[in-house]
Design a protein around this ligand. Structure first.
Ligand SMILES: [Fe+2]
Ligand SMILES: [Fe+2]
Length: 336
């Protein structure tokens, strides 16, 4: 599989280029947005997929090399770079003049990150000192480049509220009525406040990080998976939305078509384009290709998550005091 800079065109002026994503076989959520006024690469990093990814280790490393190069080439074409947070699949921790040299760097304010991420940020900014033309802490700020508006959200949770990974910023690029929103690692989204921000942006294209089902039984729960499905269905119903790409964490588990069956059905019902970046581009996600060619890794048996079971999961979580009592009603409103 070779995916060289696949593109989704929003309209005649704004295009979204899928540079490196987990559905291509590499840990990354690197996207480039181009308008006549500015070219921006968001989250210029990539990391190797873990052992639970159904590709041999040599293939996983070969894909990393290939997509590192794709990320570098994307940065070389860009005038601005965004770093949404300081995890190593979202930035290149080295002095790469191609990637950072002569660019405006919009970065998450490192002073209000978790200690681990602040440490990575300190190392990064020391390494690339003098390369960007300017570096701004972008949280909650808005910039205009001729007719293009680039807007960053205030900090939103990286998955679950109060969890160790902390927060990220989301990026919206608009040119007239064309608008794309790239969420970074919102992990579902799980939070209603994050979903509110995504829905109210009225973007035509949303590129979103899906729930990490590969952590089910460890850090992930069945009721958070269902919460993320409710939020995905809400985003699918948002005014103006045409394409919802869900990728990154979701694409590390070959069971995702079964777990997200309800969201695929809702998208079909609402006539919205929905799927991983590979799927939306008419291809097979790498994790499914790997499963077909090399067989299973960690997961041997699973079943599609159906309506009645998903709702029962929420009811149980409410009874056990793990979720707010409003979730079953939200499920009935957005998913059913
Ligand atoms: Fe992250
Ligand atoms: Fe990530």
């Amino acid at each position: 599989m070779h995916l060289t800079d696949p593109i989704i065109r929003e309209g005649p002026q704004l295009s979204v280029h899928y540079v490196a994503l987990d559905s291509f076989g590499v840990k990354s959520m690197c996207v480039r947005v181009e308008t006549p006024d500015i070219t921006i690469t968001i989250d210029p990093g990539a990391a190797v997929e873990a052992g639970s990814f159904p590709f041999p280790i040599e293939k996983r490393h070969a894909l990393l090399t290939e997509y590192h190069e794709a990320v570098r080439a994307s940065c070389a074409k860009s005038q601005a770079i965004v770093i949404s947070h300081y995890h190593l699949d979202h930035l290149q921790l080295s002095r790469e003049s191609d990637m950072y040299g002569g660019k405006a760097l919009f970065a998450r304010d490192p002073a209000i990150m978790s200690a681990k991420q602040t440490d990575t940020a300190t190392r990064l900014f020391k390494m690339i000192d003098g390369l960007p033309t300017e570096t701004v802490w972008a949280d909650g700020r808005k910039y205009k480049f001729k007719k293009t508006v680039v807007e960053f959200s205030p900090a939103v949770w990286h998955g679950a509220r109060d969890a160790e990974p902390g927060t990220v910023i989301m990026t919206t690029v608009s040119h007239g009525k064309e608008k794309a929103l790239i969420t970074s690692d919102v992990g579902g989204p799980l939070e209603v406040a994050t979903t509110d921000l995504i829905c109210s942006a009225k973007a035509r294209t949303v590129v979103l990080d899906g729930y990490p089902t590969y952590h089910l039984g460890q850090f992930a729960t069945d009721y958070d998976l269902v919460r993320s499905i409710v939020n995905l269905c809400r985003i699918l119903a948002a005014p103006g939305l045409k394409t919802l790409v869900v990728d990154h964490h979701i694409c590390r588990d070959y069971r995702y078509p079964a777990f997200f069956k309800l969201a695929y059905e809702k998208a079909k019902q609402l006539k919205k384009q929905f799927g991983t970046a590979a799927e939306v581009l008419g291809r097979t996600s790498a994790v499914l290709e790997g499963y077909q060619n090399y067989g299973p890794t960690r997961w041997q048996k699973w079943a599609p998550l159906e309506l009645a079971e998903a709702r029962a999961v929420l009811e149980r979580a409410v009874t056990e005091g793990k979720l707010d009592k409003d979730w079953p009603a939200a499920f009935d409103r957005w998913v059913v």
